[in-house]
Design a protein around this ligand. Structure first.
Ligand code: FES
Ligand code: FES
Length: 212
């Protein structure tokens, strides 16, 4: 009780404690570091539109977007490259999966400005000279889709998987595609397509693919 009635005594104690532990100088240096960072950190952009240039499927695309715009929206709505779809728009379903600098990414959860200077690949860029990419062809041959809404994301995830593992095992396929969801439940056919695209199935053979 006596301590509560004498706050000055408590404060003196705190000051002495801070002096003894050196917290006061540390706090001061953190504050000055923050000021220095604020003065020398990256330039603040927005909230209005700013010009950016993206490299999409090997082509330069010049856009004006607000810094808060996702890569998916920038590419679909501003560049009119609409192959990849917006499903959940919150990094869950994988319909928006693109390949950025060789790695899959949910473009609904990536800012367009984050992708500046990187190589972005969408499903629109897979076809060459009117020929489907082997993964696209395998999805068709294996009937690996129903409504098709998830397909662009699955195709991109499969392309990235096969670029990493030329002949993936079934376990590697399941792991490589586990960031994508098919609400129509075509997982088994998609796994077959990945095996077929990697040359591990003939056109008519059926694998021992199990659910799960
Ligand atoms: S739309 Fe991006 S993860 Fe679903
Ligand atoms: S084919 Fe319909 S969600 Fe996958």
């Amino acid at each position: 009780m006596a301590k509560d009635k004498d706050p000055g005594k408590i404060n003196r104690g705190r000051r002495q404690f801070l002096k003894a532990t050196g917290v006061a100088p540390i706090a001061a240096s953190v504050a000055s570091a923050a000021i220095v960072e604020a003065q020398t950190g990256p330039a603040i952009v927005g909230p209005g539109e700013i010009p950016i240039e993206l490299m999409v499927n090997g082509k330069r695309v010049a856009l004006r977007v607000e810094p808060r715009v996702t890569l998916l929206n920038a590419i679909r709505n501003r560049a009119d490259i609409t192959g990849n779809k917006r499903g959940c728009d919150r990094g869950v379903c994988g319909a928006c999966t693109m390949i950025i600098d060789g790695r899959t990414a949910y473009s609904c959860s990536t800012l367009a400005i984050e992708a500046v200077g990187k190589q972005i690949r969408t499903v629109d860029g897979l076809e060459t000279a009117g020929r489907l990419h082997p993964v696209q062809q395998a999805f068709c041959d294996r009937d690996a889709l129903m409504c098709g809404f998830c397909t662009p994301g699955f195709v991109m995830a499969t392309v990235a998987l096969l670029e990493k593992h030329r002949k993936p095992t079934l376990d590697q396929i399941k792991k490589g595609l586990d960031g994508n969801i098919c609400r129509c439940g075509t997982f088994v056919r998609i796994q077959e397509a990945a095996l077929a695209a990697s040359g591990q199935l003939t056109a008519s053979s059926r694998p021992e693919v199990t659910r799960g």
